[in-house]
Design a protein around this ligand. Structure first.
Ligand SMILES: NC(=O)c1ccc[n+]([C@@H]2O[C@H](COP(=O)([O-])OP(=O)(O)OC[C@H]3O[C@@H](n4cnc5c(N)ncnc54)[C@H](O)[C@@H]3O)[C@@H](O)[C@H]2O)c1
Length: 278
C-alpha cells in the first residue's frame, strides 16, 4: 500500500524493541513510504532487543538514548542531524514502562519512587524529547511528533495502574508543548490512543488478555492492530495532516465512543441463561 507519502522526509523512531513493537512496524511503514530514519532506544534495550535486525531492514543508524536523560537526547539530536545531513521532519515517541506494574505493586499501595520513574520514563520523556529538539532546532517547519497513548488516560482500567496517570500526563504534554512548538516553528504534536495490542509493554499489564478480548467485542471495527497504528502514524507524519495538532486521536476501532455492544450483551445474557428476546 506504499504511496511514497513520506518521500524526502527524515525521522527518529523511538522504542522499537522487537518485531511486535508498534515502533518496529512504524519504522517499516515509514521506510516503505520513502522516509529515511534513525532508530533509538534505551542502552539496555539495544543489548537485549533485536533493533539491529530492524536497522538493517530499514538501512537506519541506531543511536542509544535513555529517554530520561537530557544529555543523551541532546546528543541524539546532534547525531541524527549529522547522520541525515540536516534537520528532521518527524519523531515517534513509542516509550512506556512502569516499575510498579513490573513489580506488581497495587495502585492503592504504590511505591512512590517507582511511580515517579513511571512518569519520568512514560510521560516526561516526551517533554524531554521535544525540549531537546527545540533547543537544537532539529525539526523542520511543519514537522510532526506523535506519542502513543491509551484510553486509561480518560477512563479507569484498574490493571493499568500508574500507567493511566502517565498517559494522562503524556497527552497533556503533547497539548502544552504542541501549543508552544506550533507558534514557534509550526511543528505539530499529537498523541494516538491505540487499542490494546500484544507487545512486550502491553502484555505486562495485569489482566491484559481479558481487556484485549473485551475491547475486541466492544469495538465495531475490532481492535486496531500494530500495523494499522503504524499506518496511522505515517499519515500523521505526512503533509496530509499539516493542520492537526495538540490532539489525542483515538485509533481503536470505535471503542472509545461505544457505550455497550451487542456481542457483550449477548455474552452476559448467555452467561445468565437468557436470550436477547427475553
Ligand atoms: N501495547 C499496547 O497495548 C499499547 C496500547 C496503547 C498504547 N501503547 C503505547 O505504545 C508505546 C509502545 O509500546 P509497545 O506496546 O510497542 O511495547 P514495547 O515494549 O515494544 O515498547 C516500549 C518501548 O519503550 C522503551 N523504553 C522503556 N524505557 C525506556 C527508556 N528509559 N528510554 C528509552 N526507551 C525506553 C522500551 O525499550 C521499548 O522499546 C508505549 O508508549 C505504550 O504505552 C501500547
Amino acid at each position: 500500500m506504499a504511496n511514497q507519502l513520506l518521500k524526502g522526509k527524515k525521522g527518529i523512531i523511538f522504542g522499537a524493541l522487537d518485531e511486535r513493537s508498534i515502533a518496529w512496524k512504524t519504522a517499516l511503514v515509514c521506510v516503505a513510504e520513502g522516509a529515511e530514519i534513525t532508530l533509538s532506544n534505551a542502552p539496555i534495550a539495544l543489548r537485549m532487543g533485536k533493533i539491529n535486525e530492524l536497522a538493517s531492514m530499514c538501512n537506519a543508524k541506531v543511536i542509544a538514548a535513555d529517554a530520561t536523560s537530557t544529555a543523551d537526547l541532546d546528543s541524539l539530536m546532534q547525531q541524527s542531524m549529522e547522520n541525515h545531513g540536516g534537520k528532521i521532519d518527524f519523531m515517534l515517541h513509542s516509550i512506556g514502562m512502569s516499575p510498579n506494574v513490573r513489580k506488581k505493586f497495587a495502585y492503592t499501595d504504590t511505591n512512590y519512587e517507582n511511580f515517579l520513574k513511571t512518569l519520568d520514563i512514560s510521560a516526561l520523556s516526551l517533554h524531554r524529547v521535544l525540549q531537546s529538539a527545540m533547543k537544537a532546532d532539529a525539526l523542520n517547519e511543519w514537522g510532526s511528533v506523535v506519542g502513543l497513548s491509551y484510553i486509561a488516560a480518560q477512563r479507569t482500567f484498574p490493571g493499568y495502574n500508574d500507567m493511566a496517570d502517565a498517559k494522562a500526563l503524556l497527552e497533556s504534554v503533547a497539548r502544552s508543548f504542541g501549543y508552544h512548538y506550533g507558534f514557534a516553528k509550526k511543528v505539530r504534536v499529537n498523541t494516538v490512543s491505540q487499542s490494546p495490542t500484544v507487545t512486550t509493554a502491553g502484555s505486562g499489564v495485569s489482566g491484559f488478555d481479558v481487556f484485549l478480548e473485551y475491547a475486541e467485542k466492544m469495538s465495531p471495527l475490532g481492535n486496531a492492530s500494530a500495523e494499522d497504528c503504524a499506518n496511522y502514524c505515517a499519515m500523521l507524519f505526512s503533509d496530509y495532516t499539516r493542520m492537526v495538532t495538540m490532539q489525542n486521536l483515538f485509533h481503536d476501532g470505535g471503542f472509545s465512543f461505544t457505550g455497550v455492544s451487542t456481542p457483550i450483551v449477548d455474552q452476559i445474557l448467555k452467561a445468565n441463561g437468557e436470550t436477547a428476546e427475553g
